[in-house]
Write a protein that binds this ligand. Structure first.
Ligand code: CP
Length: 315
C-alpha cells in the first residue's frame, strides 16, 4: 500500500482488520520490518490519539518517528499556485512537502477542513498537495473529509466485540456547541457500508451527510427508531453538509443517556474522542459498562500498525 487516505485504498478490509488483531496479540513480531525506516508525522491541527497511537505503532514495527506540529512550529504554508507570496504565508507546499519527503520513508499528515468552502474542502486540496509533492507513501492522520485510521480502529473494535455475525451498528448525530467537520462520520459511514453489518444513520433534519459516503445505509431522523435493537452505537456530532459547515437548533434531546440505551440490544457505545461530557454524550454512559471509548482508542495502535506494515512492505 502506497497511500492510505480512505477505505478505497484498501484491497481487503477483512484482512486488514484481522492483521490489526494479530498485531494486538503480538505487537513486536515485525520489529525488523521498520529498521532504519523513518515515519514523519505532520500535524496542521491538534491531536492526542492519532499522534500517540501512530507513533507507538511505528515504534512497535521498529521504525523511528519524526513529529512536527506544523501549526505551531513550522512556517505558514502557501497552497495556491501562481500567487505573489507577499502576505502571511512563508513557504510553498511544493518546497515544504518536497523537503519532508527527503527526510522520511512514509509521511502522515493531519489537516482539518476550513468548513467555509465546501468545494475546496471536498477536493482534499491540502492532503492531495502533500501527496503530489512529497514523493513518498502517505497516510492520512485525518483530512478534510475522512479519518481512515479512526474508522479502521472502529471496525476492528466492532469485529473484536460483536456477539452476532451481522451486528446492527448505528451512527447517531449528537449535540455540540461548535461546528465540527464531517470527516469522522463520513469515514465511519463509508467503512461500515463495506463491512458485514446492518448500518443505520440517525440525525436531525438538516444534517444529511454527503451521499458519496452513505450509499447502502438506512438513514432516519428518528433516533429512538434507529437505536432500537442496536448492538453498537457510534456517537458523533457533525455540522451540515448543506448549507455547508452550518449548525442550527440545539437538539439537546439527541444526547445518548442510559434511558435511551434501554431501547437497544445492550448496545456498546463508541466515540472517536475527544468528547464533551454531558453535551455530546452523557457522563453516565461514558462511565458505564457499555462504553467502549477507551478500548476503541487503544485499538488505534493496532489499526495504524496494520496500515504501516503494509506500507513498509511496499517500499
Ligand atoms: N480520534 C482522534 O483522532 O483523536 P485525536 O484528534 O486526539 O487524534
Amino acid at each position: 500500500m502506497k497511500l492510505f487516505s480512505s477505505v478505497n485504498d484498501v484491497t481487503d478490509i477483512n484482512q486488514l482488520v484481522n492483521e490489526a488483531l494479530l498485531h494486538k496479540q503480538n505487537p513486536y513480531a515485525h520489529q525488523q520490518l521498520g529498521k532504519n525506516r523513518i515515519l514523519g508525522l505532520i500535524f496542521l491541527n491538534p491531536s492526542l490519539r492519532t499522534r500517540l497511537s501512530t507513533q507507538k505503532a511505528a515504534l512497535n514495527l521498529g521504525m523511528n518517528v519524526i513529529v512536527m506540529n506544523m501549526d505551531k512550529e513550522g512556517w505558514a504554508l502557501e497552497f495556491n499556485d501562481g500567487v505573489v507570496m507577499n502576505g502571511t504565508t512563508v513557504e510553498h507546499i511544493r518546497e515544504a512537502a518536497g523537503v519532508m519527503g527527503q527526510y522520511v520513508d512514509i509521511l502522515g499528515v493531519r489537516s482539518f477542513p476550513g468548513l467555509v468552502d465546501r468545494e475546496k474542502d471536498y477536493s482534499e486540496e491540502i492532503f492531495n498537495k502533500f501527496v503530489e509533492f512529497c514523493g513518498v507513501p502517505m497516510v492520512s492522520l485525518e483530512s478534510a473529509t475522512r479519518h481512515p485510521l479512526q474508522s479502521l480502529a472502529d471496525l476492528v473494535t466492532i469485529h473484536e466485540l460483536k456477539t452476532t455475525a451481522r451486528p446492527k451498528v448505528v451512527l447517531t448525530w449528537a449535540p455540540h456547541v461548535k461546528a465540527l467537520p464531517q470527516a469522522v462520520p463520513n469515514s465511519f459511514a463509508e467503512w461500515m457500508c463495506k463491512a458485514d453489518v446492518q448500518f443505520v444513520i440517525a440525525h436531525p433534519e438538516g444534517y444529511a451527510l454527503c451521499d458519496d459516503f452513505t450509499g447502502g445505509a438506512t438513514i432516519t431522523h428518528n433516533q429512538d427508531e434507529a437505536i432500537n435493537g442496536a448492538d453498537f452505537i457510534y456517537v458523533k456530532n457533525w455540522s451540515a453538509y448543506e448549507p455547508y459547515g452550518k449548525v442550527f437548533g440545539e437538539h439537546n434531546d439527541w444526547m445518548l443517556t442510559n434511558q435511551k440505551l434501554t431501547l437497544t440490544n445492550n448496545a456498546k457505545v463508541m466515540h472517536c474522542l475527544p468528547v464533551r461530557r454531558n453535551l455530546e454524550l452523557s457522563a453516565e454512559v461514558l462511565d458505564g459498562p457499555n462504553s467502549l471509548v477507551v478500548h476503541e482508542a487503544g485499538n488505534r495502535v493496532w489499526a495504524a500498525q496494520a496500515v504501516l506494515k503494509q506500507m513498509l512492505q511496499a517500499l
